[in-house]
Design a protein around this ligand. Structure first.
Ligand SMILES: NC(=O)c1ccc[n+]([C@@H]2O[C@H](COP(=O)([O-])OP(=O)(O)OC[C@H]3O[C@@H](n4cnc5c(N)ncnc54)[C@H](OP(=O)(O)O)[C@@H]3O)[C@@H](O)[C@H]2O)c1
Length: 294
């Protein structure tokens, strides 16, 4: 890894995210070489000062740090796992910013090591227009020395970097866990919007209230997460039995209103199971014990 005193970066993949990453680097004075499967996508960046590599091997040779941000792992492998790339990969630092799975990250790190490169994995948790801000969240995992070498470049992409340690699968794992939270909350939000509609109320006003309570709900979840981590289910904030009653009420409300019952039925069944297992008089975080079963 020869990144000291070097401001050269190659960006592979010029979709909406890769283009944004290349542009941010150009704006910070990096010498940026770019490559994309469809070459037309580099035109604007070249006008802004990027160098278009004639082929992928030239892009790899051009810089000590290779940022790759393409559709998925298969696309990344189709680009990188070729004889031409393997021949020039020695000593390079590969910063993978495509969204890939935990197993794929493990495979990619091994593949990079076999070819003499260091590898670090990132999960971008923002849209292209949100990149480059002090609060842009990026999850990172991989060898600490590699992370430290890549840190100045990562800080160009976003100021809120969570370095999750040397286990390479950590960033895609946390990215997936975060998605689980986001989709769970989103489905609950939209079901709530149907309750609002069924009473002829304003979904916009409801959405404003949700936005208002979200920061304190985040703090509540942080508390619950700490309890799971400590395996301590003593009631501190919210007894599980309250959620049993609340989700049963939600299901009954949906039935009475003639709206979709899938979400409250699922939630009510899960909390009922927890109560039947004897967790009613524990903190709501005890729900994790039901989810640990198959
Ligand atoms: N956009 C977002 O909001 C966002 C947010 C967080 C994370 N991400 C992650 O960032 C990555 C890139 O997203 P994006 O929004 O930039 O996607 P995008 O605009 O759809 O661009 C996809 C890129 O992948 C390339 N590609 C796809 N299949 C390929 C293949 N088989 N061989 C070679 N290149 C291939 C495309 O090349 P061509 O131009 O030749 O088709 C293009 O450069 C994804 O993993 C995504 O999950 C995106």
């Amino acid at each position: 890894m020869k990144t000291e005193n070097n401001n050269k970066v190659s960006v592979i993949g010029l979709g909406s995210m890769g283009t944004t990453l290349a542009r941010l680097l150009l704006q910070k004075g990096y010498e940026v070489t770019v490559w994309n499967r469809s070459s037309g996508k580099a035109d604007e960046l070249v006008k802004e000062g990027a160098i278009l590599a004639k082929d992928i091997a030239e892009a790899i040779i051009a810089s000590p740090v290779i940022v790759i941000c393409v559709y998925n792992y298969q696309a990344s492998q189709q680009i990188l796992d070729t004889a031409a790339v393997r021949a020039v990969l020695n000593q390079k630092l590969v910063l993978q910013l495509s969204t890939i799975s935990p197993d794929e990250a493990i495979e990619a790190e091994l593949w990079a090591a076999e070819n003499g490169a260091s590898y670090i994995n990132g999960g971008i948790q923002a849209a292209p227009r949100q990149m480059g801000q002090p609060d842009t969240p990026i999850l990172i995992s991989g060898k600490e020395a590699t992370y430290l070498a890549a840190e100045p470049i990562l800080k160009v992409f976003g100021g809120s970097i969570s370095y999750l340690g040397e286990k390479i699968a950590a960033s895609p794992t946390v990215d997936l866990a975060t998605l689980s939270y986001i989709y769970g909350a989103s489905i609950g939000f939209f079901h709530g919007a149907r309750i609002i509609e069924s009473q002829g109320l304003s979904v916009a006003a409801y959405a404003k209230i949700i936005a208002g309570i979200s920061p304190s709900f985040g703090e509540f979840l942080r508390h619950e997460g700490n309890m799971v981590h400590a395996e301590n289910y003593t009631i501190t904030e919210s007894p599980l039995r309250i959620s049993v009653a609340a989700t049963a009420r939600l299901e009954q409300t949906a039935i009475d209103a003639g709206i979709n019952t899938q979400f409250p039925a699922f939630a009510a069944a899960l909390f009922k199971k927890a109560e039947l297992a004897g967790y009613g008089d524990q903190e709501v975080a005890a729900l994790i014990k039901v989810l640990r079963e198959q």
